[in-house]
Write a protein that binds this ligand. Structure first.
Ligand SMILES: Nc1ncnc2c1ncn2[C@@H]1O[C@H](COP(=O)(O)OP(=O)(O)OP(=O)(O)O)[C@@H](O)[C@H]1O
Ligand SMILES: [Mg+2]
Length: 269
């Protein structure tokens, strides 16, 4: 489904500030596979997503999605097949538009209907109510509410819905629950699991929460200094505790997984 082949990226190459952020990353994902990614701050996780999505071009290597080499495609060309969520719930929806207008935009883009004519039909509205009710946040009764006035959790749940309404080939989640309170984060994670499973969406999820990394999906990879240093699945991953994982990391890279966020999450877990 997704093959990343020997991707390298050095920022500010040729200057004194040159730093290699992706140092020969290769990764293969099967269709419908859900893989979690953990790693220290600055390990290159978000840059890997940027390279897959096309907002950063690699110096070397290629990205193959669904059998097609997309390495040279621009970000907007790839966006049709790749959904992406960020930590900040303000990404991915238009704040000045209502919930129904945001949903209508997705459908109009997918169907080629003229955008923002937004001649919303009652058939659309009943469909929107139906999909929104899946979020279990009461948003189905707030179709006319501007998205900018929703809470962070409501807005992130809506963003997830919007990103998957027309199921993408690949979903990239970059700490998409990190800015939410623990109860809402859990809810959005459960939605993430349900939606990706229902549509068989191949998913990569970056998280600093080690227990989420082990609970979600079927495979966990770790990054350190621009490299994939560990790839756990099957029996090797099953039954692994947060402490086991941190210990494995330490034995492999000879340093602690150094992130303030990770330590906080271990306390919460
Ligand atoms: N556009 C850019 N120009 C220069 N350096 C960059 C750029 N984007 C990222 N970097 C650098 O690349 C390194 C990796 O950043 P990246 O955001 O990929 O890390 P990360 O693993 O996502 O970390 P975190 O867990 O803190 O989000 C950092 O040193 C960062 O400063
Ligand atoms: Mg990051």
């Amino acid at each position: 489904m997704l093959s990343i082949r020997n991707v390298r990226k050095t920022f500010e190459a040729g200057t004194a500030g040159a730093h290699t952020v992706l140092d020969g990353v290769s990764l293969h994902l099967e269709p419908a596979e859900f893989v979690t990614i953990i790693g220290s701050n600055g390990a290159g996780k978000s840059t890997l997503f940027a390279v897959i999505a096309g907002s950063v071009f690699p110096d070397e290597g290629s990205i193959i999605l669904d059998g097609r080499d997309i390495s040279r495609e621009k970000e907007h060309q790839r966006a049709r097949g790749i959904g992406r969520l960020f930590q900040d719930p303000r990404h991915g929806t238009a704040p000045g538009l209502t919930i129904e207008e945001n949903l209508a935009l997705v459908y109009s883009r997918a169907s080629g209907r003229f955008p923002l004519s937004l001649a919303l039909r009652s058939a659309d509205r009943s469909l929107f109510r139906q999909v929104l009710s899946r979020l279990d946040m009461g948003l189905e009764d707030r179709l006319k509410t501007p998205v900018g006035s929703l809470s962070g959790g409501q807005r992130q749940a809506l963003t997830l819905l919007i990103a998957t309404l027309v199921p993408p080939k690949l979903l990239l989640l970059d700490e998409h629950t990190a800015a939410l309170d623990p109860v809402t984060a859990k809810k959005v994670l459960n939605l993430t699991r349900d939606i990706t499973a229902a549509h068989g969406i191949t998913t990569l999820m970056i998280t600093h929460n080690i227990s989420s990394a082990l609970e979600m999906g079927t495979r966990t990879i770790m990054m350190n200094k621009g490299r994939l240093v560990m790839d756990l699945r099957g029996g090797e991953r099953a039954g692994l505790s947060v402490e086991d994982l941190l210990a494995r990391y330490k034995t492999t890279v000879h340093e602690n997984l150094d992130s303030d966020k990770i330590l906080l999450d271990v306390e919460k877990a």
